[in-house]
Design a protein around this ligand. Sequence first.
Ligand code: 4AD
Ligand code: MG
Length: 429
Amino acid sequence: MNPTISQLGRFEGQEIRIGVWLYNKRSSGKIQFLQLRDGSGFVQGVMVKAEVSPEVWEKATQLTQESSMYVTGVVRAEERAPSGYELTVKDIEIIQIAEEYPVSLKEHGVEFLMDHRHLWIRSPRQRAILAIRSEIIRAMYEFFQENGFIKVDAPILTPTSAEGTTSLFHTKYFDEDAFLSQSGQLYAEAAAMALGRVFTFGPTFRAEKSKTRRHLIEFWMIEPEMAFCDHEESLRIQENFVSHVVQSVLKNCQKELKVLDRDVSKLATIQAPFPRITYDDAIKLLQEKGHEIQWGEDFGAPDETAIAEHFDKPVFITHYPTEIKAFYMKPHPERPEVVLCADLIAPEGYGEIIGGSQRIDDLELMKQRYEEHKLDENAYRWYLDLRRYGTVPHSGFGLGLERTVAWVCGVEHVRETIPFPRLLNRLYP
Ligand code: 4AD
Ligand code: MG
């Protein structure tokens, strides 16, 4: 394969030819400084008038922002350069002189940038975020591979809801009704009974009318499910999983974290075990802080942030009231009013990144839940079979990729953590 900017170190002193776009340019009259990017990184190309032909010099003069070309040059070590290298440009083959580029290097408003998301992702900051997103996905797969999980793919078109009916995306499936998946969990449970330890990873959809910095309409979720695994063991897997992901980013994305100005000392401390607080104690803590919240109510974003402030690691909030959680969660054996579940709240105000629980494994109790939650027995028939044929204790969880990326990168809003965000009132581009 042709060399990329990220690999320049391997070619020090050598002449190479690379495909690039012009990011920015300045000239002293005798030297043109070309800021070049190729997706893998950025490098400065230096063209000295006295060292190239008049034609080559003229070509460089014509270049506009985002013009595409092949550049031939010699790689030189340069301590002051962020990449550590510079390119002494000998020749340019122009592919296209780009039209006037709308996303200039000055500040733009958010709506303008969102309308130009297809171009905005070329900027150094967006590149860094998307590269870290990719590393997080790689590290997640690595963790599951190392721990004997098998990847299974859950369907996107489903006949049922997994997480309540208020946020369902409806569509027609020929003559039937179908819904876009809110979670692969129910299918992951079936797969765990076949393969033991599994995970699903894919886009999930919530037609939530929430316009917050943590909500997307389409987001990616990784959902492990483990047979013969109780709530406690699931928490241990979660803390090891999240630690592995964060430490991998710290190790492999130093350049990107620097571009984002991320305080890496806050990530270095993310090592298992993570602190835990029960829902009961979290309510007491919030009440002491003057929050208007009663036992039985769910936490809002300000409540989560107030709890997270007490910890420099992610914190598990465990044992929520049965009433406010999903139908499939297993009740506490001594306190049926709470379930064996936990939400993992990220530090620094990034909110809930994981929701998980031990699942109901008893057929009769599950049937009772179907009635209480008015679930269509027919559509969920297959899910009962899992409790009928060799039921076992099992647990699982779902990690929201975009919220995790937002936290690790230290970016305010999830809209920057996915290449093409789907938000309330935004389906373009
Ligand atoms: O807590 P949730 O709803 O849990 C489930 O869907 C379970 N079925 C998971 C499981 O046990 N297999 O969602 C899990 C995570 C949340 O903690 C959050 O990180 C993310 O998914 N999430 C969202 N991220 C962005 N935008 C939204 N609208 C999200 N809703 C949930
Ligand atoms: Mg949740």
